[in-house]
Structure formats: C-alpha cells, structure tokens
Design a protein around this ligand. Sequence first.
Ligand SMILES: C[S@@+](CC[C@H](N)C(=O)[O-])C[C@H]1O[C@@H](n2cnc3c(N)ncnc32)[C@H](O)[C@@H]1O
Length: 291
Amino acid sequence: MPRLIRAALERAGVEGADRVSSGVDVVGDIAIVRLAGFSAPEKQKIAGAILGEMRNVRVVLEQEGGIEGEFRLRKLAHLAGERRTTTVHRENGCAFRVDVAKAYFSPRLSTERLRIAGLARPGERVLNMFAGVGPFSIAIAKVAGVKVTSCEVNEAAAELHEANDRLNKVEDLVTVIHGDAAELPDVLAERFDRILMPHPSESHRYLPAALRLAKGEGTIHYYRHVLGKDEAEAAAALRGELRGLLPEGARFCSRRVREVGPRWVEMAADIRLPGHKRGAGGRVRRRRGAG
Ligand SMILES: C[S@@+](CC[C@H](N)C(=O)[O-])C[C@H]1O[C@@H](n2cnc3c(N)ncnc32)[C@H](O)[C@@H]1O
C-alpha cells in the first residue's frame, strides 16, 4: 500500500490499515480498493482518506472479489467521489479511455507493455489475441510504428479500443476484430511475426490457434498464472505446461511479471518457434509463404 494512503488511514483513525493489503489500483482518476473485512463506516473513512490524500483521484470504488468471467471484469461498488466508472488513463506516452466496470484494464502491466513494444521491429506483423481496450497494441503501434491486428470478444472493450486508436492517432496502423480468438485461424489469411496472448487465466486453451497463426521463426508472448512460492518454482510449473503444448524445436525464456495472489504468479514466456512448423500433435504444417 502506498505510504501516503497508510498515513491517511492512520490519521483517519482506521485500525488495521495493513489489511488494505493488495494496494490501490489507480486507473486515470479512479482509485479501486479491496476492503474485505472492513465495516461500512471504516470503508467510508478509507475512501474519504484516499480522496483527500490523492489529488488526482476523483472517484473511489471498492472491488468486491476477484477479476472474473470471460471478459475478466471486476465487480465494483461506489464508495466516494463522482459516480462514474469511465476515465482516461495515461501511461508510456499513450492515453486510454477505460470503463472499469465494462472492460478489463490493469495499470500494473505498464512496464510489461513497454517491454513488448520495445521488442517489435520495423516491418513486423503483430497480432494481439486478447486486446482489451488496446494498451499493448497501441503501445506497440506507437513505439515501433508497426501494424497490429487486435482481437477482443467483449464488444464494450473492442469499441473502447477503436476509440483509443483514434485518441492515440494509430488508427491507420491498428485493426480491431470483435470476436473469439479461437476462430482467428479460419478468419485471417495472414500469418504473424509476433503474437501476444495476454489472457493469463486461459491462454493455454488458445495456444493451438496461436501456433497456426504464427510464421515460422515467429515469436509468441504467452502469459500465464501459475502456482509457485517463488519465481523459480513458477518458472518450473510453466516449463512443465509448455513442454506438452509446444512443437518440437520451439525455445522459450520466461520471466515473472507480477504477483497475482498468495503463491500465484503471472509469468510471461517469450516463445521462439522453429523455422518450419509442426502442430502440437506433431504433424508438419507447412504453409505457402510461411518462413
Ligand atoms: C486479462 S484481459 C487483458 C486485456 C488487455 N490485453 C490488457 O492488458 O488490458 C483478457 C482479455 O481477453 C478478452 N477475451 C477473453 N476471451 C477471449 C476470446 N476467446 N477471444 C478474444 N478475446 C477474449 C477479455 O474480454 C479481456 O478483455
């Protein structure tokens, strides 16, 4: 928890401020807190303290429970400040319109987005299978100046993504497909140099589709929540999972992105595919024009 908020809670006389353990997510001018275990008056005091201490915050919402469902949404309740769930969040020189009640957005991934944007090379074709309101895709288009195809199943998120493309002046570089990423191999004729899979609770189910969409020697950025008491244990769990999913000759390195719960870690694997492709079942799938 930021020291500022801890001090404010102590001044407001809220006992057990340590229990606001997962910190505060600040998305634009909206602060989102998890306050399980606090009474209603304590929640009001905490929200008031946040509004008073964080000058950029105009809305305080409580997140009840985890991030859930196909669209990865938070269940939110209004605590203090203006009554809205929409805002504009700025990071890495980009601006994102967000509706925190209708579309997924986490401010905690900005470093990872910048890392991926820094890897894209001129002329590459990039696919983001789980694009949300566009933070990865737009950062890549803006930083690397390359074309990105985004896919997103949540219509509200896809609409915000398109608005964000215009807001960041990358609408000529980014195409948004509103649909199911599993169907992309049948919809897209093109194959990609770099594929992003930022859907860490479900990405394993879509890896076969990503393998069909990647060029030979292409790269897949695979995100996954794994159990592990430390990075080494989480990396071993990820290795075990990928061993059964990747074609022969694929190589990867992994890194810890962030902690997502007690003993749960979000890991990223940068997977480099072999020059000619084999499907997960071992069949050779050569395609015209594929590396
Ligand atoms: C964890 S969020 C990540 C969003 C975005 N990449 C970001 O970092 O903000 C996963 C996203 O995948 C979308 N999604 C879930 N299943 C999908 C599917 N089958 N096809 C396309 N998008 C899907 C969800 O709606 C959600 O926006």
